[in-house]
Design a protein around this ligand. Sequence first.
Ligand code: SAH
Length: 198
Amino acid sequence: MQLRNSGISDTHVLSAIENVPRERFVEETFTEHAWDDTALPIACSQTISQPTVVAWMTWALAVEPRMRVLEIGTGSGYQTAILSRLTRRVYTIERHRELLAQAETRFKELKLNNIVTKYGDGSKGWKEAAPFERIIVTAAAGEIPAILLEQLTPGGVMVLPVGKSVAEQILLKVCKDEAGQVTTQHLMNVRFVPLVEG
Ligand code: SAH
């Protein structure tokens, strides 16, 4: 209801969010707060994103049913799980082994079988699986990573937070047209953990 009231009207996005149990993606100590509209701490000093931000990013990504989607920053796997309900295949990369292992267990338990995971540095994208029709980055880079743009199909969309410092982060929607021309749109101010390269 809160998401509906915040202006998200896409029924596919809303029902994907409703069908992913956020309590399964947070630490046990925070179960009571799983449905609060806040980011929460997860292992390795990272955070599971705020539900409203997940909703806006998912909506902005405009995922269609038969797409290949790349996510950088699996974290808890919450955003991954929502995307997996909206499209054919989700490729997700995480640089903390522990987080990735926990997320993989959740995907298995929830029978989300269309997620392909990779341990490593996602700032370089996933060359072997590229190109992707959609790319979502859930950690903030200083600027739009050129390698990720290269791995986006013509007509593709990328949603990512960008900013030199936490205080300056903005969420961008980047569209690449059929001719390869890129346009960016500023969606909102956000706070994400940094995209760590290497
Ligand atoms: N979407 C996640 C948010 C996780 S926070 C969720 O819903 O829970 C961002 C994640 O990005 C962290 O887990 C962090 O370890 C990861 N990350 C940061 N830099 C990365 C990189 N270069 N490659 C892959 N993952 C990265």
